[in-house]
Design a protein around this ligand. Structure first.
Ligand code: SF4
Length: 547
């Protein structure tokens, strides 16, 4: 079916409803027969007959952000939604008169919400915890207290009755039309009125509302180099004779000073290293009832040649002392500083990269502090490749910053042109995108040209196309944890192929693979999109004990 192409019409008066009006990528494509700005509900995306092209302005800090596991869409998004709902109540002056709150989870949030900690996240958001600043070690206690007393301190201030068992409602058979990850908050006030808001967690921790008309602050920013497609980025690099991270940095300066960008990125890098370190020094069993044994610590000790691991509590869990000093000393040991004559074998290197990725995703599965990159289920790929660069290629902080700027831009290209939500596109949207981001970042610091960097991202995604999301028992553990090792190894392979290739000879472009990923996402059956109703989730018989 073909639709008439329409011209771009300034000024930008109407927002596409796609993803809450955050963007319209439609003007290059055809219009949907769904009326105003429709599209996503029918799976026909990027289509709007009004065609006001608003380029979404995404910062690298929107793509890489510090958070809490196990899922960006099912944990971080609902957490942020709960915070935003209370913000709305405060703004309307009704916060003080809330007598009860009920939360309704729909679609994928209901189907895999238990395993992904959606109820936990909603409780934390309502209780006033922030995913960036909270003490993650305290969170289980807070949840336990709320469940035991059936009371919650809204924002940590106003205590009301709240029984998560009955007031967080899982609507397993209902999916809201706008997006599979919908949730509605209802607050009953003392005068009997009800305040109701619905949010959609659209991947990577991003939360939107269907009727969102207020321009997001980020959206209002006019970037010097607006980038909608990979071809735009390459053109700017050519015109400006600049590298990809240089172009991205110039855009970032519209939000922050150069010093703030650098410091912010290094802080994220520290959070990633600490996460890897914690995972490499924690043994035991992951929560959720699958009884998955942590492996990163054992591998770490084997590779370092140190004696026996660690002692732990009754479950065998240990709490490592995480400090910058300890982390850097451990990285020196991984690098074998001072033993330069003993080179790492190929096997050792692969094992180390895998260990780094396993460490992050074991932490993620254990509701630990991670960096969403671009999602939590795929949070191990980029840190694993960055640790590889730091430990095995001696990458400097400057190169790490370049890596992150490059990777962040590639992530935003996928978010604009396809999706980073597994509920929309399966695991290709998570592990595939993170692998493409990591491949681009690594190629950049290996000296690749902008064309080669894009080729690295393209190669990495090309070999994740069609990958489904089928987490067993709805937990972000199997196949998720190991999948991060594969994503990291593929990223390293892709970068190495790209730096030896001529991108002008490439048959598949980055834009071409992004489009293909989105087409594949639309064709994928919904049971493979984070519902735990297909694939490994139904073919592997497991008994999940209550926990
Ligand atoms: S299978 Fe992939 S997309 Fe699905 S939860 Fe696991 S890591 Fe995320």
């Amino acid at each position: 079916m073909s639709f008439p192409r329409v011209a771009l019409r300034p000024p930008l008066k109407r927002r596409c409803r796609l993803l809450g009006g955050l963007r319209c990528t439609a003007w290059l494509r055809a219009c949907a027969p769904l009326g105003r700005g429709g599209g996503i509900a029918s799976g026909v995306r990027g289509s709007c007959r009004y065609a006001w092209a608003i380029m979404e302005s995404i910062s690298v800090f929107d793509i890489l952000k510090i958070g809490v596991g196990p899922s960006s869409s099912h944990t971080m998004g609902p957490w942020r939604a709960a915070q935003r709902f209370l913000d709305v109540c405060i703004a309307r002056g009704v916060f003080a008169s809330i007598t009860s709150v009920t939360v309704h989870l729909f679609g994928s949030l209901a189907k895999t919400g238990k395993g992904h900690g959606t109820d936990f996240a909603v409780i934390m958001g309502l209780a006033g915890e922030d995913p960036v600043t909270c003490d993650v070690g305290q969170l289980p206690e807070i949840e336990k207290d709320v469940r035991a007393r059936r009371r919650i301190g809204l924002r940590g201030a106003r205590e009301i009755d709240f029984d998560p068992a009955t007031q967080i409602v899982f609507h397993f058979a209902e999916v809201l039309a706008f997006h599979p990850n919908g949730l509605t908050f209802e607050a009953t006030l003392a005068n009997g009125e009800v305040v109701r808001e619905t949010y959609f967690s659209v991947g990577g921790g991003f939360v939107v509302q269907e009727a969102q008309t207020q321009a997001d602050e980020r959206q209002r920013v006019r970037l010097p180099f607006p980038i909608e497609k990979a071809a735009d980025l390459e053109r700017y690099c050519e015109e400006q004779r600049a590298s990809i991270p240089q172009i991205v940095m110039r855009n970032e300066l519209m939000w922050r000073t150069q010093e703030q960008v650098r410091e912010g990125l290094l802080q994220i890098w520290r959070a990633m290293r600490e996460c890897v370190y914690r995972g490499c020094h924690t043994v035991g069993t992951l929560p959720g009832g699958l009884n998955v044994t942590r492996r990163a610590a054992r591998l770490n000790h084997q590779l370092l040649g140190t004696a026996n691991p660690l002692e732990g509590d009754s479950l065998g869990n240990t709490v490592p002392v995480v400090s910058d000093e300890n982390v850097l000393a451990w990285m020196r040991a991984v690098r074998r500083d001072g033993q330069s004559t003993i080179a790492h074998t190929f096997q050792d290197t692969i094992k180390w990269v895998s260990t780094f990725a396993l460490a992050v995703n074991e932490e993620n599965a254990a509701f630990g502090r991670v960096v969403t990159a671009p999602t939590n289920g795929a949070a191990g790929v980029i840190p694993a490749v960055m640790m590889y660069a730091a430990c095995f290629l001696q990458a400097s902080d400057e190169q790490i910053i370049e890596f992150m700027l490059t990777a962040g831009e590639v992530g935003s290209l996928f978010k604009k042109g396809a999706t980073i939500s597994a509920a929309m596109g399966g695991c290709q949207a998570e592990i595939g995108v993170s692998s493409a981001m990591a491949a681009a970042g690594l190629a950049q610091i290996m000296g690749a040209s902008p064309g080669q960097v894009q080729q690295a991202a393209e190669i990495a995604m090309e070999h994740h196309l069609g990958m489904t999301c089928d987490p067993i028992a709805g937990l972000v553990q199997i196949p998720c944890i190991e999948r991060n090792t594969m994503g990291a190894i593929k990223a390293i392979t892709a970068a190495n192929i790209a730096v030896e290739s001529d991108p002008t000879q490439a048959k598949v472009t980055l834009d071409g693979v992004i489009k293909t990923m989105w087409e594949t996402a639309k064709d994928m059956q919904s049971k493979y999109k984070e519902t735990a109703e297909g694939g490994l989730a139904v073919n592997i018989s497991v008994s999940v004990s209550e926990c």
